[in-house]
Write a protein that binds this ligand. Structure first.
Ligand code: DQA
Length: 143
């Protein structure tokens, strides 16, 4: 089993970026948690981060017939990107959405997620642990 973990814009700035919302741990720490989670489950994985919508669309298209599942934190594109939604629907790879913060208890514009329309489940408001929950859930669904 091979899963793709996609992180959208500004998540490379974790630690620096609004630590009162996203925590003090940096992006390397998040990647280490993902690595440890996937290794403990015995699955192959790739982590991808981009600040560019089209690059994320390309990565999702390239995942077709390569990856069995996707975990995605589309970051700000969550609330704007029909293109990422359409790419996920096109490849039809089981996808779990994750957000570090609780997007339902923040700004009004964060309450809507285009990506939820293609995701089998969404985890939010759990900090970095949401990634562990998302990966475990996805692997459970794919098993
Ligand atoms: C986020 C929430 C989004 O609203 C925001 O634009 C992000 C991160 C989260 O992980 O909580 O960049 O996806």
């Amino acid at each position: 089993m091979k899963i793709l973990i996609i992180n959208g814009p500004n998540l490379n700035l974790l630690g620096l970026r609004e630590p009162e919302i996203y925590g003090k741990q940096n992006y390397s720490a998040l990647c280490a948690l993902i690595k440890q989670t996937c290794e403990s489950l015995g699955i192959d994985y790739e982590i991808y981060q981009s600040n560019h919508e089209g690059a994320i669309v390309d990565k999702i298209q390239d995942a077709y017939s390569v990856f069995d599942g996707i975990v995605i934190n589309p970051a700000a594109y969550t609330h704007t990107s029909v293109a990422i939604l359409d790419a996920l629907k096109a490849v039809a790879i089981p996808t779990v959405e994750v957000h570090i913060s609780d997007i339902n208890s923040r700004d009004e514009f964060r309450k809507h997620s285009y990506i939820s329309l293609a995701a089998i489940k969404t985890f939010m408001g759990m900090g970095f642990d949401g990634y562990r929950a998302a990966i475990e859930y996805l692997v459970g669904e794919l098993a």
